[in-house]
Design a protein around this ligand. Structure first.
Ligand SMILES: *[C@@H]1O[C@H](CO)[C@@H](O)[C@H](O)[C@H]1NC(C)=O
Ligand SMILES: *[C@@H]1O[C@H](CO)[C@@H](O)[C@H](O)[C@H]1NC(C)=O
Ligand SMILES: *[C@@H]1O[C@H](CO)[C@@H](O)[C@H](O)[C@H]1NC(C)=O
Ligand SMILES: *[C@@H]1O[C@H](CO)[C@@H](O)[C@H](O)[C@H]1NC(C)=O
Ligand SMILES: *[C@@H]1O[C@H](CO)[C@@H](O)[C@H](O)[C@H]1NC(C)=O
Ligand SMILES: *[C@@H]1O[C@H](CO)[C@@H](O)[C@H](O)[C@H]1NC(C)=O
Ligand SMILES: [Cu+2]
Length: 653
């Protein structure tokens, strides 16, 4: 579960001092632009020349734009992007030094720290790549580890250790630690398929020392034969035809314009892709209307269902512990994205505060889906058959986060119909454990997974990917409406029953926390202040994917840390600082912060600026096709206009 990027030496060193606002604000700038490499260097320089520089082991754990107030951003948008309304560029840094966590706000125009305080709560900021890499290397300098490896008859040069976060299991003292599991690379590139069972190394991250090496018996290493996914001498992958290479979209820095859509694409180390200020042109109103102020992945929870000593702690909060942007990989043209794709690089700060670049972190392309956007054949006109329709062409914004063994393919798909479809695809390699069994019918004991390959059990687990969706449907003040389908008895009719819609507006956060599948409801975000000419409230519907909630007991420690996964849908009152569903300090968190806690305030959410949270979930009971590398498994959701437009916006009058 560690980002691949830490093994790449892609550190870009740039030292450029920014002195004036206008040296980097151009007509294509946007107040939500991610920090660029010059700004990241500037931040590093401000901090390393401040009083904080004297802190021992000063490390940068999080460096991001300190988002301007929404009011200021909207003002800038409505002023036609005039310079004088451009909000100040500020940055937020979470750094550690001398064993403490500092939250620092910097003003990039003045070039100084404007506020700073020590965070005293539970949990820790994301681990840095440097820390993970250093921890992974520690065993190789340990005499004890070398000796244990030799006694197992293994070659130390063929071992790779991966640091896993350790979660929280009720301890009152939670040192910053990781546990290393080790794998054998000999004769395969599929490292995760070769787990060395019974060997775990506990590392204290603060002192960067091994605290404990656990060596139990464990099942023997499975054989490497048949594990490879990277075959030498491979022919090029077949390249599907995807329309022509003429792009009908433009990218100006971070602003994307395509057909009737206009939106901003950002990136940070934690969320990865961030879509902001997405609006759609309405030909009837002759104006662009807001849909999504800001949308991104908020957290990912991946608990494994094996309570044994070597597995129980594998309950990852990937976004908060490692970062999806930190785990973003360089996309490979023609495999990850089609030939007509345009690419965007991603920038973030390393543990030393200096900028790091992920080339081609995001791709943007038009997809000629082969589907039908709309159609009709009319045979009711005597002597004529009239057919009309349109092929569906959508715009995709994609990134891939490779978090250790897993690859998350993350798509935002914009449709000319006004829909935004969000897709999550899982691929990559399972976490497995060795078994002595070679046939499924030999297995009597509880395995906590399935028998997926010779001498290997793929362990059961979940993936919960939670999205932060600050929808602003035609303005900021919105309401959440549950349009419940209610079965009624028919009277004075040969029919016995029919269903009808009974709308219920959620008044408080408590009424907007939903476990789907129990009741049939259409979930809508409406703007009660805006109506169509016909008098319907303008809105968007959340079309959910297969509903999945966490099945763990409420008092199970991982569940306490990710308590929001007991419901797929939440709506909260907008608060700029409430973005990370498991709390910002997710590493070793104890469940005292996060979405479930904020929602308990039971704020009023009727005709207010509100945020929708939706969790895409998978209960993954592995199968043989998941080995040696799994075919992409997809789920997602769609946000679809409902009475937002006067009529089908695909028909150009
Ligand atoms: C151990 O592995 C390394 C790297 O693959 C190889 O160069 C070396 O010869 C191996 N040593 C033994 C004793 O097999
Ligand atoms: C600084 O880091 C070193 C090694 O990484 C460690 O031994 C030392 O305890 C740390 N000092 C503080 C004050 O955290
Ligand atoms: C691409 O666009 C150019 C210029 O608009 C046009 O001449 C060409 O035919 C287009 N190519 C295709 C395959 O549509
Ligand atoms: C639509 O609005 C633009 C400016 O916002 C204006 O220039 C144009 O004339 C308008 N078109 C119609 C058909 O009203
Ligand atoms: C915003 O959220 C933070 C974190 O939950 C909280 O401390 C703060 O009081 C909230 N602000 C308002 C105005 O509700
Ligand atoms: C939330 O507020 C509503 C309206 O005031 C109230 O009916 C409901 O009981 C509250 N729920 C909780 C859990 O406090
Ligand atoms: Cu899985």
């Amino acid at each position: 579960m560690i980002p691949l990027a830490i093994f790449m030496d892609n550190i870009l060193i740039l030292v450029l001092v920014i002195t004036s606002q206008f040296s980097f604000i151009t007509s294509q700038s946007h107040p939500l632009d991610p920090l660029n490499p010059n700004e990241i260097s500037h931040i590093q320089q401000i901090i390393t020349t401040s009083h904080l520089a004297s802190l021992p082991n000063l490390t940068f754990h999080f460096v991001d734009l300190e988002e301007p107030d929404k009011k200021q951003v909207l003002q800038w948008l409505s002023s036609n992007n005039e310079h004088h309304t451009f909000p100040h560029r500020r940055a937020k840094v979470v750094a550690r030094g001398g064993g403490q966590t500092y939250e620092i706000i910097l003003d990039l125009i003045i070039g100084s720290i404007t506020s700073q305080h020590v965070y005293k709560g539970d949990g820790y900021p994301p681990l840095t790549s440097t820390e993970l890499l250093q921890a992974a290397r520690l065993p190789f300098n340990s005499f004890e580890f070398n000796d244990l490896v030799a006694r197992r008859g293994l070659n130390i040069s063929e071992i790779t250790c991966f640091p896993f976060t350790v979660g929280w299991f009720g301890e009152s003292v939670t040192p910053r630690e990781v546990k290393l599991s080790c794998f054998y690379r000999a004769q395969t590139t599929n490292v995760f398929s070769m787990p060395i069972e019974g060997l775990t190394v506990l590392v204290d991250i603060e002192s960067m020392k091994i605290t404990k090496i656990t060596s139990g018996r464990g099942n023997p290493l499975p054989e490497a034969k048949g594990t490879d996914f990277h075959l030498s001498g491979e022919r090029p992958y077949p390249v599907p035809c995807n329309g022509n290479n003429n792009r009908s979209f433009t990218i100006n820095r971070h602003i994307v314009k395509w057909k009737n859509w206009r939106f901003h694409v950002g990136f940070n180390a934690r969320a990865g892709v961030i879509i902001s200020t997405a609006s759609i042109f309405d030909p009837v109103k002759n104006e662009s209307r807001s849909v999504l102020y800001r949308g991104h992945i908020s957290e990912t929870f991946v608990p494994y269902m094996d309570p044994s000593s070597e597995w129980y702690y594998r309950t990852f909060l990937d976004v908060g512990e490692f970062g999806f942007g930190r785990s973003a990989v360089t996309l490979v043209p023609l495999i990850d994205c089609p030939s007509n794709a345009a690419y965007m690089d991603g920038y973030m700060a390393g543990g030393d505060g200096l900028p790091q670049k992920v080339p081609k972190a995001i791709c943007i392309f038009e997809r000629f889906t082969g589907d039908i956007a709309w159609r009709h054949t009319e045979v009711g006109i005597p002597g004529k058959v009239i057919t009309s329709g349109e092929p569906e062409v959508n715009l995709i914004v994609r990134m891939v986060a490779t978090v250790g063994n897993y690859d998350y393919i993350l798509d935002w798909e914009f449709k000319q119909s006004g829909s935004i479809k969000v897709g999550v695809g899982l691929s990559g390699v399972l976490e497995m454990k060795p078994t002595t069994h070679t046939k499924a019918d030999q297995i009597q004991e509880e395995t906590y997974g399935s028998f997926i390959a010779k001498n290997r059990i793929g362990i059961n687990h979940d993936h919960f990917i939670t999205y932060y969706l600050d929808l602003d449907i035609d303005g900021e003040d919105n309401s959440f409406v549950k349009a419940n389908l209610k079965v009624k008895k028919a009277k004075k009719s040969p029919r016995k029953s029919y269903w009808t819609v009974v709308k219920e507006t959620a008044k408080t956060e408590d009424e907007a926390r939903l476990r789907l599948g129990m009741k049939v409801s259409n979930l809508l975000l409406v703007n009660p202040n805006k109506k169509t000419k016909l008098g319907n409230e303008v809105g968007y519907q959340l079309l959910t994917g297969q509903p999945t909630v966490s099945l763990m007991l409420d008092n199970d420690y991982p569940q306490i840390r990710a308590s929001y996964t007991k419901y797929q849908v939440w709506v909260t009152a907008y608060n700029k600082s409430e973005r990370w569903a498991a709390g910002f300090y997710a590493d070793r968190s104890t469940g005292k912060d996060g979405l479930a806690i904020w929602s308990r305030r039971n704020r009023s959410i009727m005709n207010k600026d509100i945020v929708l949270w939706y969790t895409v979930g998978f209960h993954h009971n592995p199968c043989q096709e998941d080995f040696p590398v799994m075919a992409t498994l997809s789920n997602g959701f769609e946000l679809r206009p409902v009475n937002f437009f006067e009529r089908n916006p695909l028909l150009k009058s």
